[in-house]
Design a protein around this ligand. Sequence first.
Ligand code: C5P
Length: 407
Amino acid sequence: MSSLAQKRILLGITGGIAAYKSIELIRLLTKADAEVQVVLTEGAKAFVTEMTLQAISGNPVRSTLLDPNAEAGMGHIELAKWADLIVIAPASADFMARYAQGMANDLLSTLCLATESPVLIAPAMNQAMWRHPATQANAKLLAERGVLNIGPADGAQACGDIGPGRMSEPNDIFNAVIAHFQGSLIEQDLTGQHWVITAGPTMESIDPVRYISNHSSGKMGYALASAAIARGARVTLVSGPVQLTPPTGANIIAVKSADEMLAACEQSMSTQADVFIGAAAVADFKMKAASDQKMKKQSDTDEMTLTLVKNPDIIATLVLQKRAKTIVGFAAETQNVIEYAKSKLERKGLDIIIANDVSRADIGFNQDENQVTVITKDKIWSPDKAAKSNLANQLVEFIQQHIKSAP
Ligand code: C5P
């Protein structure tokens, strides 16, 4: 039996250019044997036709609340009861506002108010509209009321802007529907939050072909990004050079040097972020002056001296600039792990520090598992050794609880 056999899904489409992607979503749902009924708002009609949606879903499409013919078939309350799940993709800013206010001024908003089934929204709008405090407040309110959420993703927008507001890809929405019915769709309690995470090593040029770097794989930072995205956060991942596939939905900014990493962090937090996590292994030093040309071997000497200068301390700079409400650092140590981490917490003015012993071959750098100790001003917590993805979920949960319990 297919994964969505006998599942009844009501797909609401609201007005936005992403509406064309909903056709693909219907195809995925019906291919998995779900029964799909489509409801359009007035605005959606400007982007997709009822004829197309009817052909793809195999069911008549509805758009008006007070349609005697449609009501004679299946009344709107009946339709609200029919659905096992209501999916609204795309969910426009206007629709989210009306839904958050409990309005019932068209068929789709009425169905959302009348249904006792879960509702999953996939917001899609211009990046400024998404970031507007009104939309953010609506998204938060809906999430608090248990409305499930996927996206929006970051990236290029139809209007030419770049930023958060792209509807999640049909395949990702489809997977969220499957996860919902499997009971594995995670609570979207980070909806409306912006998390900025650094990951991987930095690469400091010596000359055009050589550099100073370290063994960081970026796995921990990438796992944290995935964990925060899964709970609904908008995530900017500022990544040094790594061999990893970026998590779906993250806004990736690829950098090389510490200077570039700092600039990317500052730029992505021009508006204060909710959480900053410095998981990158930033090189402490860079060349005082990297050479423009490949440096030549000197045959008359066995020694070579490079003059290095300190790199900016990215996390400490961001703390001073108050770029995020909560700032979390990592402390990779080879000895006196807890003691050194505690002093780093204080010296850098961090809210939380996550310490790990990189002298152990089985954990930390370049490994899939990690064991850490989490330290705040008044708490020390040591979760069991675990896969980085599992640990990332626990760390995101810890950070969220820390935010909630803050005065
Ligand atoms: O001082 P140390 O490198 O041990 O501190 C580790 C923490 O500080 C990590 O969160 C790391 O990302 C951050 N860091 C930084 N800029 C540096 C050095 C470290 O942001 N130049």
